[in-house]
Design a protein around this ligand. Structure first.
Ligand SMILES: Cc1cc2nc3c(=O)[nH]c(=O)nc-3n(C[C@H](O)[C@H](O)[C@H](O)COP(=O)(O)OP(=O)(O)OC[C@H]3O[C@@H](n4cnc5c(N)ncnc54)[C@H](O)[C@@H]3O)c2cc1C
Length: 226
């Protein structure tokens, strides 16, 4: 297996540099060839095989190609209908679009996240499921604000994580490891205030992370106990 991506390491846009480097080496130790700083420029099919040409001029043969490239929200229908679009379909705190009879939820929505105090668009199932339910209720007569801070998760070999809020490695980062890169909590802060929490092989602390972000407290190792 060969993985190519433009960043310097796996998850480098989200994880602290040392964690990303550790994770990249874990993949390499399991015989995955990891090529950082490289992208696929062009693909050709040769019979049942593929040939991928990279931006560095290299070419790789493969039986199968998996493209994990993220998404672009499909806003054309909403745009044609005259709804406000700005990095997705813009909704208010009741998940109403700029037309009062049209609601939207999920990956395609740019919403105001009150626990963070800013507008975001989220591509994760917890957000889509919770938002969809609230949009449905509001379409049938309720008036519920969407005040939820969604979580997301993944599993990478024996490393699993749950996370809430903004995970951006450009933020100020406070790391609290019980065992470096195997079990710990990472706090992502702006001007010292916690904006995101990564729970790395730490379980059942999502609610504590949500409360910490909502409290607008300054980050300190140990803020979340586990
Ligand atoms: C490979 C992959 C792995 C993922 N892994 C995770 C994960 O581990 N954890 C996690 O939290 N999330 C994960 N996600 C993200 C998660 O799947 C999405 O956040 C979730 O599906 C979003 O739900 P949604 O209803 O907003 O959009 P979607 O599930 O994309 O549903 C939108 C639907 O609208 C339809 N549609 C689009 N345009 C029109 C139109 N004009 N008319 C009618 N229908 C239309 C589409 O066909 C689609 O069925 C993953 C996504 C992918 C692709």
């Amino acid at each position: 297996v060969t993985m190519l991506f433009p960043e310097d390491g796996i998850g480098a846009r989200m994880f602290p540099t040392a964690l990303s480097s550790f994770l990249t080496e874990q993949y390499r130790a399991r015989c995955v060839t990891v090529r950082t700083g490289e992208t696929v420029a062009h693909l050709e099919r040769h019979g049942s095989r593929w040939r991928a040409f990279t931006n560095s001029g290299a070419s790789l043969e493969a039986d199968a190609v998996v493209a994990g490239l993220g998404i672009e929200p499909a806003t054309q229908l909403a745009s044609n209908a005259g709804l406000a679009i700005d990095n997705g379909i813009v909704v208010d705190e009741y998940l109403r679009t700029s037309h009062p009879d049209v609601y939207a939820a999920g990956d395609v929505v740019n919403f105001y996240c009150s626990p963070l105090g800013e507008r975001i668009r989220v591509e994760h199932e917890d957000n889509a499921l919770t938002q969809g339910a609230i949009a449905g209720k509001n379409m049938t007569g309720s008036a519920r604000r969407y005040e939820y801070l969604p979580m997301f998760y993944s599993d990478l070999f024996e490393f699993g994580y749950e996370a809430v809020g903004l995970l951006d490695s450009r933020l100020e980062i406070v790391e609290d490891w019980r065992e470096p890169y195997r079990e710990g909590v990472v706090y992502y802060c702006r001007e010292g205030i916690v904006r995101g929490v990564l729970l790395w092989n730490v379980w059942e602390r999502v609610e504590a992370a949500r409360e910490l972000i909502a409290s607008r407290e300054r980050a300190a190792a140990g803020a979340i106990e586990w």
